[in-house]
Design a protein around this ligand. Sequence first.
Ligand SMILES: C[S@@+](CC[C@H](N)C(=O)[O-])C[C@H]1O[C@@H](n2cnc3c(N)ncnc32)[C@H](O)[C@@H]1O
Length: 203
Amino acid sequence: MAGPTTEFWQQRFEKNETGRDRGSPSPQLLAWLDSGELQPCRLAVPGCGSGWEVAELAQRGFEVTGIDYTAAAVEKTRALLHGRALKAEIIQADVLNYQPTQLFDGIYEQTCLCAIHPDHWFQYANQLRNWLKPAGSLWVMFMQMIRPAASEEGLIVAPPYHCDVNAMRALFPFSVPNPTIELTHRWQISRIPPKVRSLSSGR
Ligand SMILES: C[S@@+](CC[C@H](N)C(=O)[O-])C[C@H]1O[C@@H](n2cnc3c(N)ncnc32)[C@H](O)[C@@H]1O
């Protein structure tokens, strides 16, 4: 399996080397919530890390499932929820294999994709698609991490892996035949540019 392992992330948490952890929910998530674009629903948060977004969503009435394969992340998220008397389902699982028992209305993806080696991106994108109900929506920010060694020498450097916009379009294309359900699955980018994109899927 290419890329970082759960042991890698566990060490990051143990050594407090979680530099991108703001200690609070993402401003973009708050913007989507405050604008009413993202309404309470059954929502998955893959790679939930310390759980700031899970707690915010639970606080605002979402039925949230946080998924992370690292023990420290799961413990931190559960402790945060417990400390605030909030409820959410927190599952320790690899997002590349996890199968929900019930499909989701939405997925909030924040820096899990960029933590996964690009060799596994199609598998991950398929997973996200299969977790969603028909016409479910994916709320995502694509980490822009341009690195000379990657763009000039073709090396795979990271995490975080650079989520090039063209690569993201290849991952979440407008039309994907899905032989399993004998339907065509479509990702529709609902708003471009600005710095943030929200994708919705319809079958
Ligand atoms: C860069 S951190 C982001 C954490 C959080 N989303 C945030 O924005 O602060 C990546 C997280 O994804 C988790 N992760 C990475 N690959 C994963 C996988 N294959 N399955 C489940 N969790 C994964 C790591 O354990 C880590 O908690």
